[in-house]
Ligand binder design. Structure first.
Ligand SMILES: C[S@@+](CC[C@H](N)C(=O)[O-])C[C@H]1O[C@@H](n2cnc3c(N)ncnc32)[C@H](O)[C@@H]1O
Length: 311
């Protein structure tokens, strides 16, 4: 256990010859007010200790340990410990996520210089999933970016919105509006807050609940980053919510689940347009962009005059 940050702390390195010497050093250090002790096994049974204590007690503690152990241990000097602010240490190493030249994400405490024409969404790590650092989110975002390049997507549904990241990205990239839902009310609350923080609340509506709440509405794009076991029971409903020619982006699939899911999608009239995959946490994650077949295949032949009733 590490000491608290409220008072100056000192550390003393103790190299004990064996386990017995280490146990005696620990007992003596605790008697003299040690607030934390780290142990590391060394070679041939030796044990290295780092003893933490209030700076005011450190000299007496060091002397006592050195006296009790004698030649059974080497006792280092008293070293001041730089206080750590553990509440901000976790932020170290978190970077912005660059999805494409059109989209990047960053937490509020990370600076990022946007490229010309690049939209940057600010999403802080919270309780809801979806900062863009996981492959399943990043792959979905890449496909959302591609799917929206045509500029014909107005209505978007994001099922399992988490932080709201996919709904927000869709609108930031040109969709007219997006509805996001999540079974987890905490996630829904965070997604709503993220929509407001990014000035997108006028185009993004979030609600806590399931797909059932949007019965009867049709969408140009449906996105869902869900585990396969969560997605599969929803597939038929999701396909039913697509306008003819509409697109679906499914992420959160493992590589081993891809073929079966694709076969199910095909049976529902959804054809593969593009797919992406990447590894994260030792797993291969796959995202699919599918398109619902139009009811009538559009013809590229100009109709004859007789067909269109031209006088
Ligand atoms: C993997 S996270 C995805 C978050 C975000 N969309 C992203 O891409 O990073 C999945 C979210 O779906 C929610 N969820 C799971 N099953 C759901 C369902 N049937 N309907 C709505 N939300 C669901 C979970 O609560 C979780 O917040």
């Amino acid at each position: 256990m590490l000491p608290t940050v409220d008072e100056p702390i000192a550390a003393i390195a103790v190299d004990a010859r064996d386990r017995d010497a280490a146990d005696r050093a620990i007992a003596e250090a605790q008697a003299y007010g040690a607030t934390g002790i780290e142990e590391k096994d060394g070679e041939r049974g030796a044990v290295s200790l780092t003893v933490y204590a209030p700076a005011s007690a450190a000299d007496a503690l060091r002397a006592a340990v050195a006296q009790v152990l004698g030649p059974a241990a080497r006792v280092g000097a008293v070293e001041p410990v730089t206080p750590q602010d553990w509440s901000s240490t976790w932020r170290e190493g978190i970077e912005a996520v660059v999805v494409s030249p059109r989209l990047a994400l960053r937490p509020s405490f990370v600076d990022y210089a946007a490229e010309a024409g690049q939209r940057v969404l600010v999403i802080d790590p919270g309780q809801a999933f979806g900062t863009g650092h996981h492959a399943s989110t990043r792959l979905a975002l890449e496909l959302v970016d591609h799917a929206l390049r045509g500029g014909s997507v107005i209505r978007v549904l994001d099922v399992g919105t988490g932080s709201g990241v996919l709904a927000l990205a869709a609108v930031a990239l040109g969709a007219g509006w997006a509805l996001g839902c999540d079974l987890d009310p905490v996630a829904a609350r965070e997604a709503g807050a993220n929509a407001r923080a990014n000035d997108l609340a006028g185009h993004v509506r979030i609600f806590a609940g399931s797909l059932a709440a949007v019965r009867g509405t049709h969408f140009d794009l449906v996105v869902a980053n869900l585990l396969s076991r969560e997605l599969r029971p929803l597939l038929a409903d999701l396909a039913g919510h697509l306008a003819p020619g509409g697109a679906a982006i499914f992420s959160g699939l493992l590589g081993s689940e891809r073929d079966a899911l694709l076969a199910e999608c095909s049976g529902l009239g959804l054809a593969l347009v593009e797919e992406r995959s990447d590894t994260d946490g030792g797993e291969r994650w796959v995202a699919l962009w599918l398109q619902k077949r139009a009811l009538h295949a559009p013809s590229d032949t100009l109709p004859a005059e007789s067909e269109v009733g031209v006088e």
